[in-house]
Design a protein around this ligand. Sequence first.
Ligand code: GSH
Length: 286
Amino acid sequence: MSTPPDYAPPKIWTWNKANGGRFANINRPIAGPTHEKELPVGRHPLQLYSLGTPNGVKVTVMLEELLALGHHGAEYDAWLIRIGEGHQFGSGFVDVNPNSKIPALVDRSGPTPIRVFESGAILMHLAEKFGAYLPSGPARAECLSWLFWQMGSAPYLGGGFGHFYAYAPTKMEYPIDRFTMEVKRQLDVLDRRLGESAYLAGDDYTIADIATWPWYGALVKGWLYGAAEFLQVQEYRNVQRWADAIFARPAVQRGRMVNRVSGEPSSQLHERHDASDFDTRTQDKL
Ligand SMILES: N[C@@H](CCC(=O)N[C@@H](CS)C(=O)NCC(=O)O)C(=O)O
C-alpha cells in the first residue's frame, strides 16, 4: 500500500476553512442559515427546490412518472438550488430543510403547506398521496426495505467512494480501497436481487427503483465519477438490464433533465414550471 502523508489528529479539531478541497466554500461544521433569502413560490400545488444530482433526480423522475399516469395534482414548479453557490443555506431553504440539502419539497395542495425533506421521505409522501409506485400487501415491505437500503447505502457510494476516487485533492489508497470494496459489494447485492425479479420490490417498478436508479443505474452506465472501468461495471449484468429498462421510460428521461446544470445544453432544463418547458426552455433554446 502506498504511504499516506503523516497526519496526527490534534487534541481538539478546529475548522481549517482552506482544507475542504473543491467543497471548501460550502462545507461547514455548523447548521442554520448563512443569509436571508425567501424561496420563490410558483402556481402549482407542489414546489420543489432542488438540483439535478442523483438525489434530486429521484424526485423529478417520480413527479414526471405521476404526471405520466395522469395525476394532475402532481404538477410542480422545480426551482434551481445551486449548492456550489450556497443557496441551500438561505433562510427560506433552511426553513424547508433544516439539514440544508437538496431535494426539498413544499406540498401546498392543502390548507397548510407541508414541508418534506430527505429524498426517501419525499418519494413516500408522493407515493402515498397519489397511491402510486408503493405497492400494498407483501410487496410494500419489500419496496420499503429496498428504499431504505438505498438511503443507507448511497452515502458510501457518493460521500465515500465518489469523494475519495474523484474529488479528494489527493488520491489515498486506504479510503479508495475501503469504499471500492463496499460499493462493489453493494453492486453485487443489487445484481443478485435483480437476478430474482425484474425490479427491486418484485414484478413492478416502484419508488425503490426510482430511488436507486439515479445512483447505481448511473454508476453502471458509466455516468458517475468516471469509474466504470475501475469498478468493472459491465460485470453486473442484472443491474445493467434493469438500468437500461428504467432509462427507456420517457418520464425518466424527462426527470433527468429537470434542474440539470451540466451536459448537453439540450438536456438541461434549469427550472420547470410547465410540461411544455421540455420543448421550449432547455438551455439550447434560451
Ligand atoms: N439524504 C439526503 C441527502 C441529500 C444530499 O446529500 N444532497 C446534496 C446534493 S446530492 C446536497 O444538497 N449537498 C449540499 C451540501 O452538502 O451543502 C437525501 O437523500 O435527500
